[in-house]
Ligand binder design. Structure first.
Ligand code: RNT
Ligand code: ZN
Length: 417
């Protein structure tokens, strides 16, 4: 059944100049970073207490993972339902303290992540990493790397440096470069009296962090910008201009765009080709903002498709590090992971099955009426048959019945937590 349908879809695409076999083969090689933090509402294992720092999860669906074993078990089920190549995205607050006991974030060492390395190796994944500048009592007055309090700032700089060392350890262990992303929620709720000072301190702090010795082929530091956060509506130190200019003026630092971090009518799909004109490599956080940076589960929607198309048609699949970043606590978390990852896989496959050359030609010849007709035609292409074939080749269930395994696990495991 899949085969006949796939053969007919393949013929449809071939007429447009698209080789669906090649699209499928290509996508199997493209890593997408899966964030560990959807599984436990971004809480991690290094502190008691709520998620703070301008980000929020909402909902109290049962079954949240509360320890490393649970989180790994949940991840394992999610991964088994996702086609394609995965990387694991960890946050520093997911450190696993063994018998030597707890250390604070400025003292973290590779050994605190050894279990994660084991997990990643078992699943053939590289690892990406994030220092955690939130949910901690040393966030002073909402500030970390931009704090006017030198002791506070120093603590967080040391945390960043420790994370560079851990990132290099991940890269060496897995043989795959580690993308290390710096995001802080530093900012002010109301009109600040000094916008320059915090940014100069933020700049100096990140410079000190990246001065920690590392091989730029193994560790890829990124700076993630944000327009505002909950409780820091008026000013964020790491604004768009700040992060972009920082990356542009420092060797081997990548800008990271999170598509929830801009004004609602701005689109990251348009920013991707702009940045690729200048940066050898860039990084993305893929999320779904609903009215604000709400971090809803990624769906196969128009802007998601458009971002994937830009990456593909800029020939940027090996220049853009793609990571998912969302957290929904109101639905089954394993399903949230799976739906989001599968949606981004669909978007990439859809992009790889788009006749970009033919469409560009229409644009360059100013045949914009026909361009519109073709773009609309592509929306009803037999893409689903290519998707089914891709899932089949990856050994995962193509249709929505993958959810049966999640429902069963919810009953057997999650509801008993
Ligand atoms: C917050 C940023 C940041 C976080 C993660 C948990 O708005 O998007 O990337 O979501 O670090
Ligand atoms: Zn993000």
């Amino acid at each position: 059944m899949t085969d006949t349908r796939y053969e007919s879809a393949k013929a449809y695409y071939a007429k447009l100049g698209v080789d669906t076999d090649a699209a499928i083969a290509k996508l199997k090689e493209v890593p997408v970073s899966l964030h560990c933090w959807q599984g436990d509402d971004v809480l991690g294992f290094d502190h008691e207490g709520p998620l703070t720092g301008g980000i929020q999860t909402t909902g109290d669906y049962p079954g949240r993972a509360t320890n490393p074993e649970q989180l790994m078990a949940d991840l394992e089920l999610a991964i088994s339902l996702m086609p394609g190549k995965k990387k694991l995205n960890l946050h520093a607050n997911y450190a696993i303290f063994g018998k030597d006991g707890f250390v604070d974030r400025d003292q973290l060492e590779p050994k605190h992540f050894a279990k994660w390395v084991e997990f990643a190796k078992k699943h053939n994944m590289g690892i990406d990493f994030n220092p955690t500048f939130f949910s901690h009592d040393k966030v002073k007055d909402g500030l970390t790397l931009s704090s006017p309090d030198e002791e506070t700032r120093k603590f967080w700089i040391e945390h960043g440096k420790a994370c560079i060392r851990i990132s290099e350890y991940f890269a060496k262990e897995t043989g795959i470069p580690c993308v290390m992303n710096i995001w802080t929620g530093d900012g002010y709720k109301d009109i600040p009296a000094d916008r320059f000072g915090p940014r100069m301190r933020y700049k100096d702090s990140i410079e000190q962090i990246i001065a920690e010795p590392h091989d730029p082929k193994l560790v890829k530091p990124c700076v993630e910008s944000k327009v505002f956060g909950i409780g820091v509506e008026s000013y964020t130190a790491g604004s768009g201009e700040f992060a972009l200019t920082f990356a542009a003026t420092h060797d081997n630092v990548l800008p990271l765009m999170d598509n929830g971090h801009y004004h609602p009518t701005e689109v990251v799909s348009d920013k991707i080709p702009a940045l690729l004109c200048f940066f050898p490599e860039i990084a993305l956080h893929i999320t779904r903002p609903v009215r604000w940076d709400s971090d809803h589960v990624v769906l196969f929607d128009d802007e998601t498709k458009e971002m994937a198309k830009e990456i593909v048609r800029c020939n940027g699949l090996n220049r853009v590090y793609m990571a998912l970043d969302y957290f929904d606590a109101s639905i089954n978390r394993i399903s949230a992971w799976t739906v989001g990852f599968r949606s981004w896989q669909k978007a990439l496959l859809n992009a790889l099955c788009t006749p970009h050359e033919a469409l560009k030609k229409l644009q360059d010849e100013n045949r914009l009426t026909e361009l519109m007709v073709m773009q609309e035609e592509m929306k009803v292409s037999p893409f689903g048959d290519v998707w089914n074939k891709y899932c089949e080749e990856c050994g995962v269930i193509a249709d929505a019945t993958w959810y049966d395994a999640v429902a069963q696990y919810e009953k057997d495991v999650l509801l008993k937590r």
